[in-house]
Design a protein around this ligand. Structure first.
Ligand SMILES: Cc1cc2nc3c(=O)[nH]c(=O)nc-3n(C[C@H](O)[C@H](O)[C@H](O)COP(=O)(O)OP(=O)(O)OC[C@H]3O[C@@H](n4cnc5c(N)ncnc54)[C@H](O)[C@@H]3O)c2cc1C
Length: 283
C-alpha cells in the first residue's frame, strides 16, 4: 500500500490551491477515519492535504448569537468547553458521546461531518440547532445549511477543491430544553444503533419539537412538529414516533437487524422527547 503524499500548507490559500489542482486528494483532519480506512485497505488516495499548520482553524469563537467551531477543533473540546455546554448543551452532549475519549481528543469537528457516515452523533445536534457549514476553495467561500449538507449515503455537499473551515452553531433559544439519547448494542464506546437529539422550543401558544436522528436512515434525518396546547406528553410522544416511523430505514449490520434498530430508534425518540418536555414543564 502506498503511503500517499502528504502536503503541509501553511495558509488557506495554499491548501485550497492544492485541493483544486490535485486529482486524487483528501483533506487530512484528525486522521481517525482516514487511518482506519487505510489500515482496512479501503482507501488508496494519492495525496493528502494536512491542514494542521493553517492558523485559525482551531478557534472556537462565541458571539451573542452563535458559536463558531473551527474545523480542527477536537470533538472533545466541543464536549467539554464551558461555553458550548452552557450555550449549546445538546451539541456538547452529542459530541461527548461519539466514540471514546481517545478518538474525541484527535478527531476534528470538520472531519467528523465531512466523513459523512449516517451513524455520526454530532450531526443529530447540528441539524436541530440549524448549524451552518463554512467551505473554502480557490474560487472563494460558501456556506451550506447543515440540514442540506448530508446529501446521500456517505455523501456530503463538499465539492472537489473545497474544504470545511468552520461550523457555526446558533445558541439554543431562550427557554428551550434539549436531550440527546444514544442506543448501542455492543460496547459503551461503539457507534450507535440509533440516536436522537431533541430540542423543545416554547413558542407563542405551542412548543416546537425539533428532532435529529442518527443511524436509522442512510443519512442524518431532520424532523420537526408542533405540540399544541391540547396535546399531553403521551400524545406528543406518539406524534414524534409517527413522523420518525415515516423516515426510518435502518441498515442491518453486526449491531443489529433493521427491525431491531428501528425499535431502538423509537426508544431513543421517545426518551429524548419525554426528557425535553419534562425539563420544560419544570420551568
Ligand atoms: C473506533 C472509532 C469509533 C467511532 N465511533 C463513533 C461514534 O460512536 N460516533 C460518531 O459520531 N463517530 C464515531 N467515529 C467516527 C469519528 O467521529 C470520525 O472518525 C472523526 O470524527 C473524523 O474526524 P477526523 O478529524 O479524524 O477526520 P479524518 O480522518 O481526518 O477525515 C475524515 C474525512 O473527512 C475529510 N475531511 C477532514 N477534514 C476536512 C475538512 N476540513 N474539509 C473537508 N474534508 C475534510 C477527510 O478527507 C476524510 O474524507 C468513530 C471512529 C473510530 C475510529
Amino acid at each position: 500500500m502506498s503511503a500517499g503524499r502528504v502536503h503541509r500548507p501553511e495558509t488557506l490559500e495554499e491548501a485550497t490551491a492544492l485541493l483544486g489542482e490535485l486529482d486524487d486528494v483528501m483533506v487530512y483532519g484528525g486522521g481517525t477515519a482516514i487511518q482506519i480506512l487505510r489500515k482496512q485497505g479501503l482507501l488508496f488516495t494519492e495525496d493528502y492535504v494536512d491542514i494542521a499548520g493553517i492558523p485559525g482553524l482551531r478557534d472556537l469563537t462565541v458571539t451573542d448569537d452563535d458559536i463558531t467551531i473551527g474545523t480542527l477543533v477536537p470533538l472533545r473540546r466541543v464536549e467539554t468547553d464551558p461555553r458550548t455546554r452552557r450555550l449549546v448543551p445538546v451539541a456538547a452532549a452529542a459530541y461527548g458521546q461519539a466514540a471514546n475519549p481517545r478518538v474525541r481528543n484527535t478527531a476534528s469537528a470538520g472531519g467528523n461531518i465531512a466523513h459523512g457516515d449516517y451513524r455520526l452523533d454530532p450531526p443529530t445536534a447540528l441539524v436541530v440547532l440549524d448549524a451552518t457549514v463554512h467551505l473554502a476553495s480557490a474560487a472563494g467561500s460558501r456556506e451550506v445549511a447543515v440540514r442540506e449538507f448530508f446529501t446521500d449515503f456517505q455523501e456530503t455537499d463538499v465539492r472537489h477543491g473545497e474544504m470545511i473551515t468552520a461550523i457555526t452553531v446558533p445558541r439554543q433559544p431562550d427557554g428551550s430544553r434539549s436531550s440527546f439519547v444514544k442506543m448501542r448494542s455492543l460496547s459503551e464506546n461503539d457507534w450507535p444503533c440509533a440516536s436522537a437529539a431533541v430540542l423543545a422550543v416554547p413558542e407563542d401558544g405551542f412548543v416546537e419539537i425539533r428532532m435529529g436522528l442518527g443511524a436509522v436512515a442512510p443519512t442524518t434525518v431532520y424532523l420537526a412538529f408542533d405540540v399544541t396546547p391540547d396535546m399531553d406528553e403521551q400524545q406528543a410522544v406518539e406524534a414524534a414516533l409517527d413522523i420518525a416511523d415515516s423516515v426510518m430505514d435502518p441498515i442491518a449490520d453486526i449491531r443489529g437487524s433493521a427491525s431491531y434498530k428501528a425499535r431502538l430508534g423509537r426508544v431513543a425518540v421517545e426518551q429524548a422527547v419525554r426528557s425535553s418536555l419534562k425539563e420544560l414543564s419544570r420551568d
